[in-house]
Design a binder for this molecule. Structure first.
Ligand code: PAF
Length: 282
């Protein structure tokens, strides 16, 4: 496994592999790798000749300086894990290498970015589009792998791909959970012991929301009941729970409004000081 620090080397190895007719699977990450990332890497390994994983805590997608500051960084452990997964190249650049000058591009991400995380985290999705577009341009992937925990992010990246005309496949991968249902996240290490006890209730109540739908409640009624149930638990506070069309990310009022991919319930919940996101499909 080669650790790459420069954009020029990344472009070089990508170009050589593409010229040799090899498929490239890219797994973009911000490090602090866990079993959720491993599932993306394993999938990429099984579907491509060459696997590139990027590990870069991208400052332009953080709208909160403290969050950027405290984001976990575990470079050595990440490299060891990726080596054991049979990854070919790990791209671990510095901030200066990625942004020698500020990236002033503003992407027209449209309606998929105007709901949920969009208004809650101004600039976040534009920052994601900036870094992912750079990674796609430099590593020329055949396929790129993203976890469905960041459900809306996948729709935003699809939009960016359309805008930029990248010729690649976006591969969404299922959420990986702890045995008690908590979605794996690099942020989970920041949960206190007490937070960790209550955090799995988020997934439990999202699953319960399927029962509410089956009992005949409308999306808006399910949203209200589920938000109230989460907020009833000491230590949890809902920022939003929104039921949306799983493709367009637009809120629905009737289940029948959901299109070909059905509906998704997307939640952001503070567990203590830690902002957790999760979702469920209907
Ligand atoms: O999902 C993430 O970890 C990040 O948003 C990504 C896609 C690696 C871009 O920095």
């Amino acid at each position: 496994m080669e650790i790459i620090r420069t954009v020029s080397r990344l472009s070089e190895v990508a170009g050589q592999n593409r010229a040799a007719g090899r498929s490239i699977g890219l797994v973009p990450t911000m490090g602090a790798l866990h079993a959720g990332h491993k599932s993306l890497v394993d999938r990429a390994r099984s579907e491509n000749d060459v696997v590139i994983v990027s590990v870069f805590v991208n400052p332009t997608q953080f709208n909160n300086a403290a969050d950027l500051q405290t984001y976990p960084r575990t470079e050595e452990a990440d490299a060891a894990m990726l080596e054991s997964c049979g990854v070919d190249y790990v791209f671990m650049p510095s901030v200066e290498e990625i942004y020698p000058e500020p990236d002033t591009r503003v992407f027209d991400l449209g309606p998929v970015a105007e709901v949920m995380e969009g208004p809650m985290r101004p600039g976040h999705f534009n920052g994601v589009a900036q870094i992912v577009s750079k990674l796609f341009a430099w590593s020329q992937p055949t396929r790129a792998y993203f976890g469905e925990k960041d459900f809306q992010q996948i729709a935003v990246i699809r939009r960016m791909v359309e805008l930029e005309g990248f010729d690649l496949e976006i591969v969404p991968c299922p959420i990986v959970r702890e045995a008690d249902g908590l979605a794996l996240s690099s942020r989970n290490v920041r949960l206190t012991a007490a937070d960790r006890e209550v955090a799995p209730k988020i997934h439990y109540l999202l699953k319960q929301s399927i029962e509410l739908k089956n009992q005949g409640l409308s999306p808006v009624e399910v949203e209200k009941a589920t938000t109230a149930a989460i907020d009833d638990i000491d230590g949890l506070r809902t920022e939003y729970f929104q039921i949306v069309d799983a493709k367009t990310m637009q809120p629905i009022k009737e289940w029948a409004e959901a299109g070909e991919l059905g509906a998704a319930g997307c939640a952001t919940v503070y567990c203590g000081d830690v902002r957790l996101i999760d979702n469920i499909r209907y």
